[in-house]
Ligand binder design. Structure first.
Ligand code: ADP
Length: 640
C-alpha cells in the first residue's frame, strides 16, 4: 500500500531522546514518516522555511531556546500545524500553560508510548480544523453576499417570525435589524389589496412549495411599494418546515412602467377597434350602393335588352370601374385582416381541372380584348383530380397572378400551366410583358409596393395583390417566386404542397342556368329599394315569384303567413328588425326554410359569423346574377 508522507519536524537537543521519539513514531504505520531533527532556534526556523512540516514535536527545555518560544514562532507564521510538546517532566501548571499558549498536546517522556496516539489525534484535529476553516470561509462569503446583494433577504421561523434581515432590508423598509427581528413578516404585508395573494402564497408554502409573486408592502413611514417576493420553505428531511427564506425586490418602478404600457396597449387596442369598425362600415356603405350600380350595369350589358352598342359600352365601363373600386376595397380589407391574423384556412375538396378551366375562361375575354395569346396547359390530361385546399384563397392567388400578367402585357402571350409532382402542384403564369428589374423583384411582395413610381401612373393599382397572394400561399403551405427580366416578361411560380386524389369523381357542380325546382317563391328582405329592384330584375324572365319585405319583422310575418315561400334572401342591416334576428325567428318557426344572407357585410370574418349562426348560405354585395343563381341552386341542392 502506498503510504502518505508525513513530514515531522522534531526540536530536540538530546540525540538519545530523539532516537526514542523516532522509535515511537515508527509505530505509526499508516504514514511514511520523514523526520527532521533540529537542536536549536536557527535550524528550527530554517527547517520551517525550507519545508512546511505536517506536525512539530518539541522539547520543553533547550539550551538557548525553549519550547514555548518555538510555539510562538510557529504561530507567528499563521499555519495550521499541530505543535506537540514531548518533554521529560511537565507539572500540571506548565502543562496547562502550554495548552493555553496554543500547544495541541503534550507527551511526557516516561509515557512516550502515547506519542503515536497524540500524533494521530493531532492530525485528525488538524483535518477537522481545516474543514471548519473552509466551511467558515464559505459561510463568511455567503454572508457577505447576502449583506451586499441589492435584494432584501429575510429569514423567519416556521411561524413567520423574523430571525434575520439583511442590510438592504433595513435600508429600504426603514426598520433596524433589532426592530425587525421578532416581528411577524406578515405585518409588512397586512393590506386589503394583498389578502387574496397572501392566501395563495400560504396555500403553496404549506405544501412545501416555493411561492413567487408580486405583493404590496408597507414601509415604516407608511408608504407602500410593490415587491417581487419569493418565499422558500426550508424543510428537514422528515418534511417539517423549520424556516422560510424570503427574497424580495422593490419593483414599484417596473409596476408603474407596466401600468403605463397596459394603458398604452388598451389605447392602441381601442384605436384598432375603431379602425376595424371604420373599415367595416366603409366596406358596408360602399358595397350597398355598388350593388345597384354593378347589378344594373350588368343587366344593361346583357344581350336580353338589345340596347344600342354605345349604351352597353358605357354600362360595361361603369361595371369595370365598379369592379376596380371593389377590388381596391376588398384588397385593403384583406390585407388588414391578414395583418391582424384574422384569416382562416377552410380546406375542402377541389376538382383541380374544373377549377382551372373556370379560372381560365374567366380571363379569356380580357386577354382576347388585348389581342394577347392566352393559353392554359395542364399535365394532368383528362383525369379528374381533386386536391384539398382553400378554394377562395387559391382562387385569389391565381386571380392576382393572371390579372397582373394580362395587365402588364401589351402584346405577346400569357401562358398558365399547372403540373403535379408527387404531392406538389406547381402553377406558373408566364407573360411577355414589361418585366420587373432585379431590384424591384426584392420588394414587390411587400404590401403597397410597386416596381417603381411610373407603374401607378400608367397602370393604376395599389400594390396589394402580390402581398395578399404571398401571404395566402404561405397560409396554404406553399410559396410564390418570380423570374423576370425588364422588358422581356415575367414568370410567376406558385408551389402548393397538397394531397391529390386521382380517382374519378362525380362533378356535383350545380347547374348554372335555371333552377333545380322549376317554380320557386323567393322572399327578398331588403330595405334599399334599388337593391331590391336589381334582384327582382334578375328573376324577371324566370318563373320565380318574388316577394318583398322591407325589414326583418315583415319578413318573419310573411314567412309565417305564406307557406309557399321556398327560400329567403335576407339582407342584414335593416330597420325595425335586423336580418339576424329575423333569421332566428324564421328558423324557430320554419326550421327547414333555407335562408341565404345577402349582405354588404363582406369581410371574411363576417361571412364566417353568418355561416356559424346557421344561415344556409351567404352572398356578398354587389351581387351578380350568375353567382346568385349558383348559390340558390347549391342551397336548394343541399336541402334535397
Ligand atoms: P398592383 O398590380 O396593384 O400594383 P401587385 O401587388 O399585384 O399590385 O403587384 C405589385 C407590383 O409588381 C406591380 O405594381 C408591378 O410593378 C409588379 N408586377 C406584378 N406582376 C407583374 C407582371 N406580371 N409583370 C410586370 N410587373 C408585375
Amino acid at each position: 500500500m502506498n503510504k502518505t508522507d508525513l513530514y515531522i519536524l522534531m526540536l530536540e537537543d538530546e540525540p538519545f531522546d530523539a532516537e526514542l521519539n523516532k522509535a515511537q513514531l515508527a509505530l505509526i504505520d499508516e504514514y511514511h514518516c520523514i523526520i527532521t531533527v533540529v537542536a536549536d532556534k536557527d535550524s528550527y526556523l530554517k527547517a520551517l522555511e525550507t519545508k512546511q512540516p505536517d506536525i512539530v514535536l518539541s522539547d520543553y527545555h533547550l539550551p538557548q531556546y525553549n519550547g514555548l518560544e518555538a510555539l510562538e514562532d510557529l504561530k507567528a507564521r499563521n499555519l495550521l500545524i499541530p505543535f506537540i510538546f514531548v518533554t521529560g517532566t511537565l507539572n500540571e501548571e506548565t502543562a496547562v500553560e502550554t495548552i493555553k499558549a496554543g500547544a495541541w498536546d503534550y507527551v511526557v517522556k516516561d509515557r512516550l508510548m502515547r506519542l503515536p496516539l497524540a500524533v494521530r489525534n493531532a492530525l485528525k484535529l488538524r483535518e477537522e480544523k481545516r474543514l471548519l476553516a473552509v466551511t467558515e470561509e464559505k459561510a463568511q462569503r455567503l454572508l457577505t453576499a447576502i449583506e451586499q446583494t441589492s435584494a432584501q433577504i429575510v429569514v423567519t421561523d416556521e411561524k413567520g417570525v423574523i430571525e434575520y434581515v439583511n442590510s438592504r432590508f433595513t435600508e429600504v423598509m426603514g426598520h433596524s435589524m433589532e426592530e425587525a427581528v421578532g416581528k411577524k413578516i406578515m405585518d409588512y404585508y397586512a393590506s386589503e389589496n394583498n389578502n387574496d395573494l397572501i392566501a395563495t402564497a400560504w396555500s403553496k408554502l404549506i405544501e412545501g412549495k416555493v411561492y413567487r409573486g408580486d405583493l404590496l408592502s408597507k414601509n415604516k413611514d407608511g408608504s407602500v411599494c410593490w415587491e417581487l417576493v419569493s418565499v422558500t420553505p426550508i424543510r428537514t428531511t422528515e418534511g417539517k418546515t423549520t424556516n422560510y427564506v424570503i427574497v424580495k425586490e422593490d419593483i414599484t418602478n417596473r409596476k408603474l412602467i407596466e401600468e403605463e404600457l397596459i394603458k398604452e396597449r388598451d389605447k392602441a387596442e381601442r384605436s384598432d377597434q375603431l379602425k376595424d369598425a371604420f373599415l367595416q362600415n366603409l366596406s358596408h356603405e360602399i358595397r350597398t350602393p355598388l350593388n345597384a350600380i354593378v347589378g344594373f350595369s350588368d343587366l344593361i350589358c346583357s344581350k336580353e335588352f338589345n340596347l344600342p352598342a354605345s349604351i352597353s359600352n358605357y354600362a360595361s365601363i361603369i361595371k369595370q370601374s365598379s369592379d376596380q373600386l371593389l377590388s381596391v376595397l376588398s384588397d385593403v380589407l384583406t390585407i388588414s385582416s391578414i395583418q391582424k391574423g384574422q384569416e382562416i384556412v377552410t380546406v375542402r375538396n377541389i376538382n383541380l381541372n374544373n377549377f382551372m378551366n373556370d379560372l381560365l375562361e374567366k380571363y379569356r375575354p380580357l386577354a382576347e380584348k388585348k389581342n394577347l395569346e392566352f393559353k392554359g396547359y395542364k399535365s394532368i390530361t383528362d383525369r379528374n383530380i381533386t386536391i384539398e385546399s382553400d378554394e377562395t384563397k387559391l382562387n385569389q392567388i391565381l386571380d392576382n397572378l393572371i390579372d397582373n400578367a394580362i395587365k402588364y402585357t401589351r402584346e405577346g402571350s400569357v401562358i398558365v400551366r399547372y403540373e403535379v409532382f408527387d404531392n406538389t402542384i406547381v402553377f406558373s403564369v408566364k407573360d411577355t410583358g414589361i418585366g420587373i428589374d432585379k431590384e424591384a423583384q426584392e420588394h414587390i411582395f411587400e404590401p403597397f409596393r410597386q416596381a417603381d413610381d411610373s407603374i401607378h401612373t400608367m397602370y393604376g393599382g395599389i400594390g396589394l395583390g402580390l402581398a395578399i397572394s404571398a401571404s395566402y400561399a404561405n397560409m396554404l403551405g406553399g410559396e410564390i417566386r418570380v423570374e423576370s427580366e425588364s422588358g422581356k416578361g415575367s414568370t410567376f411560380y406558385f408551389t402548393l404542397p397538397c394531397q391529390t386524389n386521382q380517382t374519378a369523381i362525380t362533378d356535383k357542380d350545380p347547374v348554372r342556368t335555371g333552377f333545380i325546382k322549376k317554380t320557386l317563391t323567393i322572399l327578398i328582405a331588403e330595405d334599399e329599394y334599388n337593391n331590391f329592384m336589381v334582384l327582382e330584375e334578375y328573376f324577371n324572365h324566370s318563373t320565380t315569384t318574388i316577394l318583398h319585405a322591407t325589414n326583418g319583422l315583415e319578413a318573419v310575418e310573411m314567412c309565417m303567413q305564406n307557406p309557399a315561400i321556398d327560400l329567403v334572401l335576407m339582407d342584414i342591416k335593416m330597420p325595425v328588425m335586423d336580418g339576424i334576428e329575423a333569421f332566428r325567428e324564421i328558423k324557430r318557426l320554419r326550421p327547414d326554410l333555407p335562408v341565404i344572407a345577402q349582405t354588404a357585410y363582406a369581410l371574411e370574418k363576417e361571412k364566417r359569423q353568418f355561416l356559424e349562426l346557421g344561415f344556409n348560405n351567404y352572398i356578398a354585395k354587389p351581387i351578380l346574377k350568375e353567382s346568385l343563381f349558383k348559390i340558390i341552386n347549391s342551397t336548394l341542392l343541399a336541402k334535397v
